[in-house]
Design a protein around this ligand. Structure first.
Ligand code: NAG
Ligand code: ZN
Length: 320
């Protein structure tokens, strides 16, 4: 909060005098209430980000914030029922791509696009999809080129805004993209459209093609990390059940570079739009894969058969 105050140019006027507490309070309110004032720190010329963001409020004081490093060492084993995706195969209706000044986003207005199962406490409706370049979550300390967030709200609430105030009423699916040789054709439609909105925060354009949420999901949707966290942008509300799939999808280097040319609200290139890693603190980090494939059932069956066969042989030997 004080870092924000000092960076306000008007504060220079008061530098030689001690600001009365009332003024501090007023500036504090201004800094918090202008919702779009926040920004990502600009990397140094060597690409390294020196200072983490100071966004105030819960972003600074929360104890269950996102993103985090997803490390297998810190994770405990989970077993959830499979995810059920309804209407994810349908192209988003009247899809628009918006430059939010912090990302590019596609809103979904069809309430029949829903997510169920996967350990979630009910049915969740898809609100929007947006991208972070590089990834916000890291896996065992490794950052990916791109991360897609599919943001959902619990169907018991009317809107995402309403759900965002309630613990575990928002579910975000995170999909990681690793840099590969080939373009990802499903991202091409997003990047071609971003041409039209690249330079102007707040601008939207109709998507230049079809985009089904299903095409941006990995094939393996049974292997994922699960933890309880927050939105990764102000207000950083701690209402999110996170799912980050371990199977990543490809994105070409050219495609990553195109995302980096999108402009923010100040007219600068949005070189990076990931939040710094947050501490896990006392939270459980869960890792799950389908038990039948990797677990005891399938693996033990042949062993059991062998043991039974051996017992049968020994028993037969005695009888003879
Ligand atoms: C998904 O990935 C996990 C971890 O690599 C693996 O154990 C599991 O068998 C995979 N499931 C499917 C259906 O491919
Ligand atoms: Zn996000």
């Amino acid at each position: 909060m004080f870092a924000l105050l000092i960076s306000l140019p008007t504060f220079d006027l008061f530098r030689s005098i001690t600001p009365p507490p009332v003024l501090v309070a007023i500036f504090g309110l201004l800094a918090v209430s202008s919702a779009d004032e926040w920004h990502y720190p600009t990397p140094e010329s060597n690409g390294v980000i020196k200072d983490p963001e100071h966004w105030g409020g819960q972003c600074d004081t929360g104890r269950r914030q996102s993103p985090i490093d997803l490390t297998h060492k810190a994770a405990v084993r989970g077993d959830f029922s499979p995810f059920l995706f309804s209407n994810y195969m349908n192209p988003i209706r009247n899809a628009q791509l918006a430059n939010t000044g912090h990302s590019v986003q596609i809103d979904n207005s069809d309430p029949s696009v829903t997510l169920y199962g996967g350990g979630l406490p009910g049915k969740f409706v898809l609100d929007q999809m947006h991208f972070h370049w590089g990834s916000e979550h890291t896996v065992n300390g490794v950052r990916y080129g791109l991360e897609l967030h599919m943001v959902h709200h619990d169907a018991r609430y009317k809107t995402l805004a309403e759900a965002a105030a309630v613990k575990n009423a928002v579910a975000v699916l995170g999909v990681l993209f690793h840099v590969a040789n080939q373009d990802n054709a499903h991202l091409d439609v997003v990047l071609e459209t971003s041409d039209d909105i690249r330079d102007v925060a707040g601008k939207s354009a109709p998507l230049k093609g079809r985009l089904s949420p299903h095409n941006l999901l990995p094939r393996n949707r049974t292997a994922f990390f699960r933890y309880e966290g927050s939105l990764t942008t102000p207000t950083c509300a701690e209402s999110v059940i996170w799912t980050v799939f371990t199977e990543s999808l490809p994105v070409s280097l050219d495609q990553v570079e195109l995302f980096k040319t999108i402009h923010d609200g100040a007219g600068h290139e949005l070189v990076n739009n990931y939040r710094s890693l947050q501490p896990l603190n006392a939270r459980a980090l869960v890792y799950t894969t389908d038990m039948t494939m990797a677990g005891s059932g399938a693996a033990l069956a042949p062993v059991t058969t062998l043991v039974l066969a051996a017992v049968a042989l020994v028993t037969a030997g005695r009888l003879w």
